[in-house]
Design a protein. Structure first.
Length: 533
């Protein structure tokens, strides 16, 4: 038997075949989650529109970082008023004392504390400050465990940079970081499923859009020449009809041999773009940076169109120097408005403008991803319509490192599950939620002004925008079809709706490594984010 071919040939003799064919209906378009992750937050005063709740118009986005998304306004959703979990501060009142960077990254997609715990916020003990890890899996793995063919997400490290414990976000299990794939060539190989010396050539042909019936034509011919009863012949014909019907959904017409060329994701294109990153000049590096990041996004679209994986993550690098944007400061330090990662000092000249340039770069990358997904027809709409494409940011303001008022942008309704064309303040429905205070320090563009990250002056009043991110994750999981056990937590084999995720949904519960017992105070999803609400 030939892998996929053998499985297909064996299928007719399942006793339930006749009933399955009788019940077969045209399956709905697949639903997907594509997450783009960036570090160090943003200039919130320029990122958020003034309106925090209500229908969004072009005028609401035109003066913001999100202006490039105006063409997709009717497909856009901005969940507002949300807090991510485990915020570091020097007083140990809102989270653990390990590290300002590690905690935000490790707990963001897990909603779990990190271990070993550290109660000295200024300790430089490397085992806790730089190497603690969350005690549970991240959202991408929880979803993939139930829905992905291999049980793992398609996780891509944009620019092929390796993550440290302080910047990792994907965890397959407790304290088990998941590196995912770095180089575009690795990703392309993973998507085709064809590795020289291994893998299934049949699976490769199907992933390129070839009919399963064509792939196993010789096997079927041999089988049909064999002596079999009329009942078995009828079963075989019924199976072939069923397979022809259902694989129109499993292998969409858009997933054709031409698609990698159209998306510029062939191996030759990958080789050319990779070679371009030798950066012979600063001008060339600007072009290469843009092309290289977009290449990963195009690979994500290829995976989505071909239904290779329903959960896809594009993680942009930490501690990056955006020389292609004319910025010489490393992004961690710049997020603090300084030339190093200290908590106070002289402002880097034009720090705000440099951070805005990075924000605009990310917005352009996200828009490219969205527009490419929207360019491929699927069902009555496009692939984008059947996807939740979400831009997550590690923190709100990079200087304050606050996790309340977290910036989240979603485009795509995931098959009509989500409301679109709206900003939705899930905390209290107010249309006047603060946009933060990112320009409270270093706004004069000189190095004479001083900044103080510990003051958290550039953040958002901690009494505002504290609705738990856990509930939004429940929205995403329920939209995808993830199931829960009787306790409401995601569980393979479950049959219930997901109502709980993580260990805690209040950042204060993370202090000292967590309270006992683990508690989700506010289970359920945000109904205000759902369509027709």
């Amino acid at each position: 038997m030939r892998g996929l071919g053998g499985a297909c040939v064996a299928a007719p003799f399942l006793s339930s075949l006749g009933d399955r064919r009788a019940r077969a209906q045209a399956a709905p378009a697949p639903r997907r989650l594509i997450a783009m992750w960036t570090h160090y937050g943003c200039i919130t005063t320029r990122f958020f529109p003034v309106k925090s709740h209500g229908t969004l118009g072009a005028e609401d986005l035109s003066s913001t970082t999100l202006a490039p998304l105006i063409p997709y306004l009717d497909k856009l959703l901005m969940p507002r008023g949300i807090r991510a979990m485990n915020e570091w501060n020097q007083y140990l009142t809102r989270g653990q004392g390990n590290d300002t960077f590690l905690q935000a990254s490790a707990s963001y997609l897990t909603c779990q504390p990190v271990a070993p715990n550290q109660d000295d916020p200024f300790s430089f003990d490397s085992s806790t400050k730089f190497n603690a890890k969350p005690v549970g899996p991240s959202l991408d793995h929880v979803i993939a465990q139930q829905l992905s063919p291999s049980g793992v997400p398609l996780f891509m490290r944009v620019s092929n940079s390796n993550d440290s414990a302080a910047s990792a976000i994907s965890y397959s299990a407790s304290q088990t970081a998941y590196p995912g794939l770095g180089s575009p060539s690795q990703v392309l190989t993973a998507l085709t499923g064809f590795v020289p010396g291994g893998g299934s050539p049949d699976s490769y042909q199907v992933s390129r859009g070839k009919s399963i019936l064509d792939v196993v034509a010789d096997d079927l011919a041999t089988l049909e020449r064999a002596g079999m009863s009329q009942s078995d012949k009828n079963k075989l014909e019924a199976w072939k009809t069923l397979l022809d019907e259902t694989t129109q959904v499993l292998v969409p017409a858009a997933c054709s041999a031409d698609l990698p060329g159209l998306l510029e994701t062939t191996q030759s294109t990958i080789d050319a773009v990779t070679a371009a990153n030798t950066y012979p000049s600063l001008t060339d590096k600007v072009t290469a940076d843009l092309d290289f990041a977009d290449l990963y996004s195009n690979l994500a679209v290829l995976a989505a169109v071909c239904n290779a994986n329903p959960v896809i993550v594009l993680k942009y690098p930490a501690s990056y120097v955006f020389k292609g944007l004319g910025i010489m400061e490393e992004s961690t330090s710049l997020s603090h408005r300084g030339s190093n990662a200290s908590e106070s000092g002289a402002c880097v000249p034009n720090a705000i403008n440099d951070i805005l340039a990075i924000d605009n770069y990310y917005a352009a990358k996200f828009t490219h991803l969205v527009s490419t997904l929207n360019s491929v027809d699927e069902g009555d709409g496009t692939v984008l319509d059947n996807t939740a494409t979400v831009w997550f940011q590690e923190v709100s303001d990079g200087c304050a490192r606050n996790l309340n008022n977290i910036p989240i942008v979603q485009v795509g309704s995931m098959g009509g599950y989500f409301k679109t064309g709206w900003a939705v303040n899930v905390e209290d429905g107010s249309a006047t939620l603060s946009r933060g205070n990112s320009e409270a320090q270093c706004a004069d563009g000189t190095d004479d002004e001083m900044y103080d990250a510990l003051s958290q002056e550039t953040g958002t009043d901690p009494s505002l925008a504290n609705a738990p991110i856990n509930k939004y994750y429940c929205n995403l999981m329920n939209a995808l079809g993830v199931k829960a056990g009787t306790d409401g937590f995601p569980a393979p084999g479950g049959t219930a709706e997901v109502t709980s995720f993580g260990m805690y949904d209040r950042t204060e519960d993370f202090v000292h490594g967590g309270t006992v017992p683990p508690t989700i105070h506010d289970p359920g999803e945000y109904t205000a984010l759902k369509a027709n609400t």
